[in-house]
Design a protein around this ligand. Structure first.
Ligand SMILES: Cc1ncc(COP(=O)(O)O)c(C=O)c1O
Length: 436
């Protein structure tokens, strides 16, 4: 039963006097979040249209081409080259800028595997620089400190859909003659100082994998404003053929990385839904962040710049265990029981994966040319370590597609856990005792 007129020590009304859900009480959040992807007759009809057309491949179809133009324009880029996924798009962009064996590329350790393996697959060396402890994005000062004479590029990730500090990174890139390739896999529709991300650097890469805010199951795209770079990437994704060249004339190193017309058709339909969804996520995310910031120990990613539009592929925040008196894992268990889906996300820095600590890079031995000394097993990026191992918490994008009242229910679950932290601590002790 809710109590009225009483406030807690933090000045908020207690969420509820009821038991925590992990202790058998009712859930604070009863929202039925939409499943993902959201689709309708449009997708079904578009797919049937492609089937019946008999034009299933990108080379003779119009769906992928149309999508490339629409998405590039939406993100503020002149050129778009759709490819099979958002891992390959990074590698093609690296090949497009002319990466060579042994070149170094600075990447964050707080990211999905592909940000760094794309570098390895280009036979270059991923060099990790630490993240900002609040935004979870690459820290420009750490980037500058990691530059060597072999550094060729920087790949900032717009973590969760919050733009990295692109101006600061571009200034560093300019000083050291480097390329910037944005990994915008989480950032469809995101804005940095009022400008859409993706072509703010020399090139950008997006993913359309199943969980992403714009999806065709799998897929990716490279964006750029540089015509020559666009043509190089287009050749690489089309078996190394040149624009206007013959079918059996292969000029540059490339492969078949083209998207099918089925995926193009689905993307065109999903794209029609994107802006309204992005607007809803940005509005709901900002509202939820404002509510959660009032609870001690919760620190959603801050918006440092005016003109930020957060794409909220993830609603990421920092959790301070001291404020609740329980470690992250117990908190997440209790939060999930209250009806809010939340996860710890990247639980170790990327450089700590055996792939890197053992340098299991297969045939890609380019690192031996320039950085045989690099020992990922000894690497420590303190901010990333703390976020991964103790503090990071993510909610996911489809939880932000509802109403403000639904955001209140999510916030209510967090408040309940704070207000009843004594019970939460008892629960955590029991869990520890039972070895769970
Ligand atoms: C930050 C980041 N970069 C790149 C990728 C790779 O995209 P894909 O799964 O389409 O290959 C992902 C996918 O999760 C990602 O999260």
């Amino acid at each position: 039963m809710a109590t009225s007129g009483v406030t807690t020590e933090t000045g908020r009304k207690p969420a509820t006097q009821e038991k925590l859900a992990v202790c058998g009480g009712p859930q604070a959040c009863k929202v039925k979040f939409p499943t993902w992807p959201i689709y309708g007759r449009e997708e079904e009809e578009a797919l049937a249209r492609v089937v019946r057309s008999g034009t299933w491949g990108r080379l003779s179809g119009k769906e992928v081409e149309r999508f490339e133009q629409r998405f590039a324009e939406y993100q503020g880029a002149k050129y778009g080259i759709a490819v099979v996924n958002g891992s390959v798009s990074l590698r093609i962009a690296l090949m497009g800028i002319g990466i060579e064996a042994g070149d170094e590329v600075i990447v964050p350790p707080y990211t999905f595997l592909a940000t760094a393996t794309a570098v390895v697959e280009a036979n270059a060396v991923p060099v990790f620089a630490d993240i900002d402890p609040e935004t979870f994005n690459l820290d420009p000062a750490a980037v500058e400190a990691a530059i060597t004479p072999r550094t060729k590029a920087i790949i900032p990730v717009h973590v969760g859909g919050l733009a990295a500090d692109v101006d600061a990174l571009m200034a560093i890139a300019k000083r050291h003659n480097l390329f910037v390739i944005e990994d915008a896999a989480h950032a469809h529709g995101a804005e940095y100082k009022g400008r859409r991300v993706g072509a703010l650097g020399h090139a950008g890469s997006f993913s359309f994998q199943a969980s992403k805010n714009l999806t065709s199951g799998e897929g990716g795209i490279i964006l750029t404003n540089d015509e020559e770079l666009a043509e190089r990437c287009r050749s690489i994704h089309n078996c190394g053929r040149l624009k206007g060249g013959a079918w059996y004339e292969h000029v540059v190193m490339g492969g078949n990385y083209r998207l099918s017309e089925f995926q193009g058709a689905v993307l065109n339909c999903q794209f029609d839904r994107l802006d309204a969804q992005a607007t809803a996520r940005d509005r709901n995310g900002a509202y939820l962040a404002a509510r959660l910031e009032k609870i001690p120990g919760l620190h959603p990613q801050p918006r440092r710049f005016t003109g930020t539009r957060h794409a909220y592929h993830l609603f990421a925040m920092r959790y301070e265990a001291a404020a609740f008196g329980v470690p992250r894992q117990a908190f997440l268990k209790a939060l999930n029981a209250e009806g809010v889906f939340a996860v710890a996300g990247y639980i170790v820095p990327l450089y700590a994966q055996p792939l890197f600590t053992q340098k299991n890079f297969g045939p890609y031995t380019g690192y031996r040319l320039s950085r045989p000394d690099l020992d990922y097993a000894k690497m420590i990026c303190p901010n990333c370590e703390r976020i991964c191992r103790e503090e990071g918490i993510w909610l996911v994008q489809n939880e932000l597609l509802g109403t403000q009242q639904e955001m209140d229910q999510i916030a209510g679950a967090f408040s309940k856990l704070y207000d009843k932290r004594g019970d939460l601590q008892k629960f955590a002790r029991q869990e520890q005792g039972s070895g769970a």
